[in-house]
Design a protein around this ligand. Structure first.
Ligand code: ASP
Length: 444
């Protein structure tokens, strides 16, 4: 049955916030006959001070749990769905669904059940709007006892459900079934994972993830004004960007599609003509508008500079020092070494509670006054798969920062030449990102 082109499309909460947004989604789906499998989140905010349905459902459960009257919150949630249904002229019995929910709350069904109703009802409404079959994630998405997705069981069940449907389905995101039969939620934002699982299960041609942004942006829009979206990014680059703090698709939501060799396309529901961002293993034709793919970073690192004469010649010193970080449970983010010194970089917050003990133990190994601590360091990463082919990128970075009097405290380039990482003072963080973004996006 999976013969012609198939796109799995997932819509986030802001794309489903009200009847008008549902309508936009309907238009998008109707525009392309390949969009035959749909995953939805619960309705999100309609305006900035509004509440997400998921948050209201958590709040409602808190009332249930502490024995406080929950009716006001639940009716508020119900009214959002009633509004959507009536705005779209759907005949779905929303009041009947809520009567059932009330009954189940009284019967003691727990938090995961109640919160899952957000996506459940969203999917019911969407299925009725599109005339697609509703497929419940309860009974088709499965977890193991460890809470991880049981992929084999899930893929099989999703395939079966799709093949026995009319060939067009809507599935609620964010929840699944535990081995003991209980309904369980994923982590927040989990609908992205449901979408990826469905795409992998049905061997989709593409997994379209529709949100309210123009795609993955080249830089944080809170720092750079209207940054360009990235047209194409590889899975490896995405890992680098995510690791260094860019807020994009969650790792767990990328894994099933990456493994299955399915490209992801991040699209904007409010600008459906724009092509958004494609994520894939590699690209046949390189879009080389810019040398770099993205600039990102994080504040609040601490550098420990340890001087030790002839460090390269002394066996075991590194190991002894690194063992101390392990002992105190502090993850090392970067490590570099020179002739008579080496530096360790870790997140300041993680280091803070142990800094005195750690430094004194390092000095027991390396000698008194050998450690210099510099707090308030930002790490900024320039990520690009194209650096391998182009000489002079780092030269350009340093020239741009030098001209703007930004002092670089440390520099490192990954072996696979995907990222150039530099350390600057926290006070220079935003400026550094802006300078790098500007210097690489001015064409020519
Ligand atoms: N509605 C859930 C949340 O707000 C899951 C999702 O949207 O992906 O986290």
């Amino acid at each position: 049955m999976i013969g012609y082109m198939l796109k799995v499309v997932k819509f986030g909460g802001s794309s489903l916030a009200d009847a008008a947004q549902f309508k936009k989604v309907e238009d998008i789906i109707e525009k392309d006959a390949a969009r035959r499998a749909v995953v939805v989140s619960a309705p999100g905010k309609r305006f900035s001070k509004d509440n997400k349905i998921t948050d209201l459902l958590y709040l409602c459960y808190a009332h249930v749990k502490y024995g406080v009257d929950y009716e006001a919150v639940l009716s508020l949630i119900e009214s959002r769905y009633l509004e959507i249904a009536s705005g779209l002229g759907l005949s779905l019995d929303v009041a009947g669904e809520f009567a059932q929910i009330r009954q189940n709350i009284e019967a003691g069904m727990g938090e995961d059940y109640l919160v899952s109703r957000g996506e459940y009802l969203s999917a019911k409404l969407m299925a009725s709007l599109l005339g697609y079959d509703f497929v419940d994630s309860y009974g088709t998405v499965f977890f193991g006892y460890d809470g991880e997705i049981d992929k084999e069981k899930t893929y099989e069940a999703l395939r079966l459900a799709f093949n026995s449907s009319c060939g067009r389905i809507v599935v609620p995101g964010f929840f699944g079934t535990m081995p003991d039969g209980k309904l369980a939620l994923m982590n927040r934002g989990g609908s992205d994972i449901t979408g990826a699982l469905l795409a992998a299960a049905l061997d989709a041609d593409v997994y379209e993830n529709w949100t309210d942004v123009p795609g993955i942006l080249m830089a944080d829009p809170g720092i750079v004004k209207d940054p360009y979206p990235i047209p194409q990014i590889t899975y490896d680059e995405l890992r680098e960007l995510t690791y260094m703090g860019a807020k994009v698709l969650h790792e767990a939501a990328v894994f099933p599609v990456r493994e299955a060799g399915i490209p992801v396309n991040i699209r904007n529901t409010n600008d459906p003509e724009a092509q958004g961002t494609f994520i894939a293993e590699s690209f046949e034709s390189e879009d080389d508008a810019f040398y770099i793919t993205g600039v990102t970073g994080r504040k609040g690192y601490t550098i420990l500079d340890v001087s030790y004469e002839n460090i390269g010649q002394k066996m075991g010193v590194f190991r002894e020092v690194l063992k101390l970080f392990e002992k105190y449970g502090v993850r090392i983010d970067h490590l570099s070494s020179g002739v008579d010194a080496f530096s360790v970089i870790a997140q300041g917050e993680a280091l803070k509670p142990h800094i005195y003990a750690l430094v004194s133990e390092i000095e027991e190994i390396c000698g008194r006054s050998t450690v210099k601590v510099s707090e308030g360091i930002s790490l900024v990463a320039c990520v690009s798969r194209r650096m391998v082919f182009r000489p002079g990128i780092s030269g350009r970075i340093f020239a741009a920062l030098g001209e703007n009097k930004v002092n670089i405290r440390m520099i490192a380039q990954g072996a696979e030449e995907l990222t150039i990482l530099m350390g600057v003072a926290d006070a220079d963080f935003e400026t550094t990102i802006r300078i790098l973004y500007n210097s690489f996006t001015q064409r020519g």
